[in-house]
Design a protein around this ligand. Structure first.
Ligand code: ATP
Ligand code: MG
Length: 253
Protein backbone atom coordinates (compact mmCIF):
# COMPACT_ATOMS: atom_id res chain seq x y z
CA UNK A 1 0.00 0.00 0.00
CA UNK A 2 1.38 3.44 -0.85
CA UNK A 3 1.82 6.02 1.89
CA UNK A 4 -0.55 8.38 0.06
CA UNK A 5 -3.36 5.83 0.19
CA UNK A 6 -3.09 5.74 3.99
CA UNK A 7 -3.63 9.50 4.33
CA UNK A 8 -7.14 10.80 5.08
CA UNK A 9 -8.75 12.88 2.34
CA UNK A 10 -8.04 16.60 2.85
CA UNK A 11 -11.74 17.23 3.54
CA UNK A 12 -11.59 14.77 6.45
CA UNK A 13 -9.19 17.07 8.24
CA UNK A 14 -10.12 20.22 10.15
CA UNK A 15 -8.38 23.48 9.18
CA UNK A 16 -4.65 23.25 9.90
CA UNK A 17 -3.61 24.94 13.11
CA UNK A 18 -7.14 25.55 14.42
CA UNK A 19 -7.73 24.33 17.99
CA UNK A 20 -9.90 21.22 18.12
CA UNK A 21 -13.39 21.64 19.59
CA UNK A 22 -14.59 18.03 19.25
CA UNK A 23 -12.51 14.91 18.90
CA UNK A 24 -14.13 11.48 18.55
CA UNK A 25 -12.18 8.27 18.06
CA UNK A 26 -13.81 4.87 17.74
CA UNK A 27 -17.00 5.97 19.51
CA UNK A 28 -19.55 3.16 19.85
CA UNK A 29 -23.03 3.16 21.34
CA UNK A 30 -25.87 0.66 21.53
CA UNK A 31 -29.39 0.70 22.91
CA UNK A 32 -31.29 -2.14 24.56
CA UNK A 33 -30.20 -5.73 25.06
CA UNK A 34 -30.88 -9.24 23.79
CA UNK A 35 -33.28 -9.31 20.85
CA UNK A 36 -33.94 -5.59 21.29
CA UNK A 37 -30.25 -4.63 21.01
CA UNK A 38 -29.59 -1.92 18.41
CA UNK A 39 -26.07 -0.76 17.60
CA UNK A 40 -26.41 2.96 16.83
CA UNK A 41 -22.72 3.98 16.54
CA UNK A 42 -20.10 1.54 15.20
CA UNK A 43 -16.83 3.44 15.66
CA UNK A 44 -17.09 7.13 14.91
CA UNK A 45 -13.96 9.14 14.08
CA UNK A 46 -14.60 12.87 13.77
CA UNK A 47 -12.74 16.10 14.46
CA UNK A 48 -14.41 19.50 14.50
CA UNK A 49 -12.22 22.58 14.84
CA UNK A 50 -13.02 25.77 16.70
CA UNK A 51 -14.56 28.23 14.24
CA UNK A 52 -16.05 25.40 12.17
CA UNK A 53 -19.64 24.62 11.19
CA UNK A 54 -19.86 20.85 10.67
CA UNK A 55 -23.03 19.31 9.26
CA UNK A 56 -23.99 15.68 9.84
CA UNK A 57 -26.17 14.11 7.17
CA UNK A 58 -27.39 10.60 6.46
CA UNK A 59 -30.48 8.41 6.27
CA UNK A 60 -33.03 8.17 9.07
CA UNK A 61 -31.78 5.87 11.83
CA UNK A 62 -28.08 6.09 10.87
CA UNK A 63 -27.11 7.47 14.29
CA UNK A 64 -27.00 11.26 13.89
CA UNK A 65 -29.02 12.13 17.01
CA UNK A 66 -27.18 9.48 19.00
CA UNK A 67 -23.81 10.92 17.97
CA UNK A 68 -24.61 14.51 18.88
CA UNK A 69 -26.14 13.31 22.17
CA UNK A 70 -22.86 11.56 23.02
CA UNK A 71 -20.84 14.62 21.96
CA UNK A 72 -23.01 16.89 24.15
CA UNK A 73 -22.80 14.56 27.16
CA UNK A 74 -26.51 13.71 27.12
CA UNK A 75 -25.77 10.02 26.46
CA UNK A 76 -22.80 7.94 27.62
CA UNK A 77 -20.76 6.22 24.94
CA UNK A 78 -19.98 2.52 25.27
CA UNK A 79 -16.37 2.74 24.08
CA UNK A 80 -13.93 5.01 22.30
CA UNK A 81 -12.75 8.52 23.04
CA UNK A 82 -14.74 11.73 22.85
CA UNK A 83 -13.65 15.14 24.09
CA UNK A 84 -15.18 18.60 23.84
CA UNK A 85 -12.62 21.42 24.10
CA UNK A 86 -10.29 18.80 25.55
CA UNK A 87 -12.74 17.81 28.29
CA UNK A 88 -14.23 14.33 28.65
CA UNK A 89 -17.77 13.89 30.05
CA UNK A 90 -16.90 10.33 31.04
CA UNK A 91 -14.42 11.72 33.58
CA UNK A 92 -17.01 14.04 35.19
CA UNK A 93 -19.51 13.41 37.98
CA UNK A 94 -23.19 13.87 37.12
CA UNK A 95 -23.23 17.33 38.71
CA UNK A 96 -20.02 18.43 37.01
CA UNK A 97 -21.39 17.25 33.71
CA UNK A 98 -24.64 19.21 34.13
CA UNK A 99 -22.68 22.32 35.13
CA UNK A 100 -20.30 21.93 32.18
CA UNK A 101 -23.18 21.53 29.74
CA UNK A 102 -24.99 24.51 31.22
CA UNK A 103 -21.98 26.76 30.65
CA UNK A 104 -20.56 25.45 27.40
CA UNK A 105 -23.20 23.75 25.28
CA UNK A 106 -26.37 24.89 23.54
CA UNK A 107 -28.54 22.04 22.22
CA UNK A 108 -31.48 22.33 19.84
CA UNK A 109 -33.49 19.11 20.13
CA UNK A 110 -35.15 17.50 17.13
CA UNK A 111 -38.48 17.72 19.02
CA UNK A 112 -37.71 21.25 20.37
CA UNK A 113 -38.37 20.19 24.04
CA UNK A 114 -39.84 23.54 25.10
CA UNK A 115 -41.40 23.75 28.56
CA UNK A 116 -45.15 23.97 27.85
CA UNK A 117 -46.05 26.05 30.93
CA UNK A 118 -43.46 28.78 30.25
CA UNK A 119 -43.82 31.61 27.76
CA UNK A 120 -41.46 31.86 24.79
CA UNK A 121 -39.30 34.47 26.56
CA UNK A 122 -39.20 32.38 29.75
CA UNK A 123 -38.20 29.28 27.79
CA UNK A 124 -35.34 31.18 26.16
CA UNK A 125 -34.30 32.54 29.58
CA UNK A 126 -33.97 29.10 31.21
CA UNK A 127 -30.23 28.58 30.52
CA UNK A 128 -29.45 31.98 32.06
CA UNK A 129 -31.54 31.24 35.15
CA UNK A 130 -29.77 27.88 35.53
CA UNK A 131 -26.49 29.82 35.52
CA UNK A 132 -27.82 32.01 38.36
CA UNK A 133 -29.13 35.10 36.56
CA UNK A 134 -32.20 36.76 38.15
CA UNK A 135 -35.53 35.97 36.54
CA UNK A 136 -36.44 39.49 35.35
CA UNK A 137 -33.05 40.15 33.74
CA UNK A 138 -32.97 36.70 32.17
CA UNK A 139 -36.46 37.06 30.69
CA UNK A 140 -35.58 40.52 29.33
CA UNK A 141 -32.57 38.99 27.57
CA UNK A 142 -34.85 36.19 26.40
CA UNK A 143 -37.09 38.77 24.73
CA UNK A 144 -34.07 40.38 23.00
CA UNK A 145 -32.90 37.01 21.72
CA UNK A 146 -36.40 36.23 20.45
CA UNK A 147 -36.32 39.48 18.47
CA UNK A 148 -33.10 38.28 16.81
CA UNK A 149 -34.88 35.18 15.52
CA UNK A 150 -37.84 37.25 14.29
CA UNK A 151 -40.18 36.57 17.23
CA UNK A 152 -40.07 39.87 19.10
CA UNK A 153 -43.86 40.02 19.12
CA UNK A 154 -44.40 36.49 20.47
CA UNK A 155 -42.46 36.71 23.75
CA UNK A 156 -45.55 36.14 25.88
CA UNK A 157 -46.93 33.22 23.86
CA UNK A 158 -46.92 29.71 25.25
CA UNK A 159 -45.38 27.02 23.01
CA UNK A 160 -48.87 25.66 22.29
CA UNK A 161 -49.81 29.04 20.81
CA UNK A 162 -46.88 29.00 18.36
CA UNK A 163 -46.47 27.34 14.98
CA UNK A 164 -43.90 24.56 14.56
CA UNK A 165 -41.45 26.94 12.88
CA UNK A 166 -41.91 29.51 15.64
CA UNK A 167 -41.31 26.87 18.32
CA UNK A 168 -38.18 25.83 16.47
CA UNK A 169 -36.88 29.40 16.55
CA UNK A 170 -37.60 29.62 20.31
CA UNK A 171 -35.54 26.45 20.75
CA UNK A 172 -32.69 27.98 18.71
CA UNK A 173 -32.83 31.22 20.73
CA UNK A 174 -32.66 29.16 23.94
CA UNK A 175 -29.59 27.32 22.67
CA UNK A 176 -27.75 30.57 21.91
CA UNK A 177 -28.69 32.86 24.79
CA UNK A 178 -25.90 31.91 27.19
CA UNK A 179 -23.15 32.23 24.56
CA UNK A 180 -22.14 28.54 24.62
CA UNK A 181 -18.85 27.52 23.01
CA UNK A 182 -20.44 24.49 21.34
CA UNK A 183 -23.84 24.65 19.67
CA UNK A 184 -25.43 21.39 18.58
CA UNK A 185 -28.62 21.51 16.52
CA UNK A 186 -30.76 18.54 15.45
CA UNK A 187 -32.60 19.52 12.25
CA UNK A 188 -32.79 23.26 13.10
CA UNK A 189 -34.53 24.26 9.86
CA UNK A 190 -36.94 21.33 9.45
CA UNK A 191 -40.01 23.46 10.20
CA UNK A 192 -38.80 26.70 8.60
CA UNK A 193 -39.54 28.16 5.19
CA UNK A 194 -36.62 28.81 2.86
CA UNK A 195 -36.10 32.47 3.79
CA UNK A 196 -36.46 32.03 7.55
CA UNK A 197 -34.15 29.00 7.37
CA UNK A 198 -31.50 31.13 5.69
CA UNK A 199 -31.88 33.93 8.26
CA UNK A 200 -31.39 31.41 11.08
CA UNK A 201 -28.43 29.75 9.34
CA UNK A 202 -26.72 33.12 8.80
CA UNK A 203 -27.15 33.83 12.49
CA UNK A 204 -25.73 30.42 13.46
CA UNK A 205 -22.88 30.80 11.00
CA UNK A 206 -21.94 34.17 12.53
CA UNK A 207 -21.73 32.50 15.91
CA UNK A 208 -19.53 29.74 14.49
CA UNK A 209 -17.20 32.30 12.97
CA UNK A 210 -16.15 33.33 16.47
CA UNK A 211 -12.94 31.41 16.71
CA UNK A 212 -13.47 29.85 20.13
CA UNK A 213 -16.84 28.37 19.13
CA UNK A 214 -17.98 25.40 17.10
CA UNK A 215 -21.27 24.29 15.60
CA UNK A 216 -22.55 20.83 14.72
CA UNK A 217 -25.80 20.70 12.77
CA UNK A 218 -27.72 17.55 11.88
CA UNK A 219 -29.82 18.12 8.79
CA UNK A 220 -31.65 16.58 5.86
CA UNK A 221 -32.14 20.04 4.38
CA UNK A 222 -30.00 20.35 1.24
CA UNK A 223 -30.99 24.02 1.02
CA UNK A 224 -28.62 24.80 3.89
CA UNK A 225 -25.63 22.58 2.97
CA UNK A 226 -23.86 25.62 1.55
CA UNK A 227 -23.52 27.11 5.06
CA UNK A 228 -21.31 24.21 6.21
CA UNK A 229 -17.55 24.31 6.33
CA UNK A 230 -17.57 20.51 6.09
CA UNK A 231 -20.27 17.86 5.77
CA UNK A 232 -19.90 14.43 7.41
CA UNK A 233 -21.97 11.75 5.65
CA UNK A 234 -23.10 9.04 8.04
CA UNK A 235 -24.52 5.62 7.29
CA UNK A 236 -25.33 2.73 9.61
CA UNK A 237 -23.49 4.11 12.64
CA UNK A 238 -20.38 5.27 10.82
CA UNK A 239 -19.01 8.43 9.23
CA UNK A 240 -18.59 7.24 5.66
CA UNK A 241 -16.91 10.35 4.30
CA UNK A 242 -16.41 14.04 4.90
CA UNK A 243 -16.87 16.57 2.10
CA UNK A 244 -16.64 20.27 1.48
CA UNK A 245 -20.06 21.68 0.55
CA UNK A 246 -18.86 22.65 -2.92
CA UNK A 247 -18.34 18.94 -3.63
CA UNK A 248 -21.98 18.12 -2.86
CA UNK A 249 -23.55 20.35 -5.48
CA UNK A 250 -25.25 22.15 -2.57
CA UNK A 251 -26.87 25.50 -2.94
CA UNK A 252 -24.38 28.15 -1.93
CA UNK A 253 -24.89 30.20 1.21
N1 ATP B 1 -33.88 5.30 22.95
C1 ATP B 1 -33.66 4.37 22.02
N2 ATP B 1 -33.89 3.06 22.28
C2 ATP B 1 -33.63 2.10 21.36
N3 ATP B 1 -33.17 2.35 20.13
C3 ATP B 1 -32.94 3.65 19.81
C4 ATP B 1 -33.18 4.71 20.72
N4 ATP B 1 -32.85 5.88 20.12
C5 ATP B 1 -32.44 5.55 18.88
N5 ATP B 1 -32.48 4.21 18.68
C6 ATP B 1 -32.07 3.48 17.48
O1 ATP B 1 -30.71 3.80 17.20
C7 ATP B 1 -30.52 4.01 15.81
C8 ATP B 1 -29.99 5.42 15.58
O2 ATP B 1 -31.00 6.32 15.96
P1 ATP B 1 -30.82 7.91 15.85
O3 ATP B 1 -31.98 8.53 16.55
O4 ATP B 1 -29.46 8.28 16.33
O5 ATP B 1 -30.91 8.11 14.26
P2 ATP B 1 -30.97 9.45 13.39
O6 ATP B 1 -29.89 9.35 12.38
O7 ATP B 1 -30.98 10.64 14.28
O8 ATP B 1 -32.38 9.30 12.64
P3 ATP B 1 -33.45 10.44 12.18
O9 ATP B 1 -32.88 11.09 10.95
O10 ATP B 1 -34.69 9.65 11.88
O11 ATP B 1 -33.65 11.41 13.32
C9 ATP B 1 -31.87 3.73 15.14
O12 ATP B 1 -31.85 2.42 14.68
C10 ATP B 1 -32.87 3.91 16.26
O13 ATP B 1 -33.99 3.09 16.07
MG1 MG C 1 -32.42 12.09 14.69
Amino acid sequence: MSTAAAQPAPSALPPAGAPIAIRCRGVTKHYGSGDARVVALRGIDLDVACGELMMLVGPSGCGKTTLISVIAGILDRDAGECTVFGDDFAAMSGRARTRYRGRNIGFVFQAFNLIPTLTAAENVAVPLMILGEGRAAAVAKGRDMLARVGLGDRARSLPSQLSGGQQQRVAIARALIHGPRLIVCDEPTSALDHETGHVIMRMLKNVALQQDRALVIVTHDARIFGFADRIARMDDGRVERIERPSATGAESA
